[in-house]
Design a protein. Structure first.
Length: 249
């Protein structure tokens, strides 16, 4: 009880110190309550909208339906949904959330994802956060994707199940090619067989999708599921999909 009370006090302190309900998530300017971004940031190509790949949600030229990567690689997820573009402004907020102890971003980020899922009328049985290795969690002091999953669970009234475990630390692979990254990720994760996924509709959750290597490797372990959807806060554009700019995916 004492631990819970201290946690509540700390969270209330953060809410007062960082009142995200009335501050732009990207620049901190005052905004109308109920918004997430100021007018200026909203005009800076932060939304992942328009013509997008029907599989991985990356933006495409007007006449295309499926991107070349999804045509040339097997995708083990049905579809991916990402409401924001991973441009420099969005990246700045995500980095704060992941590495600057800015855990207060979890609630509004989850709401943004939730709004996109509602638009798509997506139905699923539980949320599966992409796992982090214990070394990464210790370094950060928390698991950002798990925080997102917990907040999304409150919004959807659906449970979070950690059916995949990260057994090998792959945090140093950001400069590797897609093929090498996917091989490394595939060898670094395993499924928790104690969690039944048979005929379940699973929502696989990450913070950012770049090459789809991580979500695809996770989805590959979920073959007994009825369907696997993927979602994240942000999706890179083709221009940003170079290994030197990738974060964790």
């Amino acid at each position: 009880m004492k631990h819970r009370s201290l946690k509540e006090i700390y969270n209330n302190f953060l809410d007062k110190l960082f009142p995200v309900e009335i501050r732009c998530l990207l620049c901190g300017k005052d905004i109308a309550e109920g918004s997430f971004f100021c007018e200026q940031c909203s005009e800076e190509d932060i939304f992942n909208e328009g013509n997008k790949c029907l599989k991985c949600d990356v933006m495409l030229d007007e006449k295309e339906k499926i991107c070349d990567d999804c045509k040339n690689n097997t995708r083990y997820f049905e579809r991916c949904f990402c409401p924001l573009n991973y441009n420099q402004k969005v990246r700045g907020a995500v980095v704060k959330f992941k590495d600057k102890h800015a855990k207060f971003y979890a609630k509004p980020f989850a709401k943004i994802i939730y709004n996109r899922l509602k638009e798509e009328k997506l139905e699923f049985d539980f949320i599966l956060p992409v796992p982090a290795h214990i070394n990464t969690i210790k370094r950060r002091g928390y698991d950002p994707v798990k925080l997102l999953a917990d907040e999304l669970s409150l919004l959807t009234k659906l449970p979070v199940k950690q059916a995949i475990i990260k057994k090998v630390d792959t945090s140093t692979q950001k400069f590797l090619t897609y093929e090498t990254r996917q091989e490394n990720i595939r060898d670094s994760i395993t499924r928790d067989r104690s969690i039944d996924i048979t005929d379940k509709r699973i929502l696989l959750l990450d913070d950012v999708v770049t090459t789809c290597a991580t979500i695809n490797s996770c989805a590959m372990l979920l073959g007994k599921a009825k369907v696997v959807y993927a979602c994240a806060l942000a999706r890179t554009t083709k221009e940003l999909e170079e290994p030197k700019l990738e974060e964790d995916d």
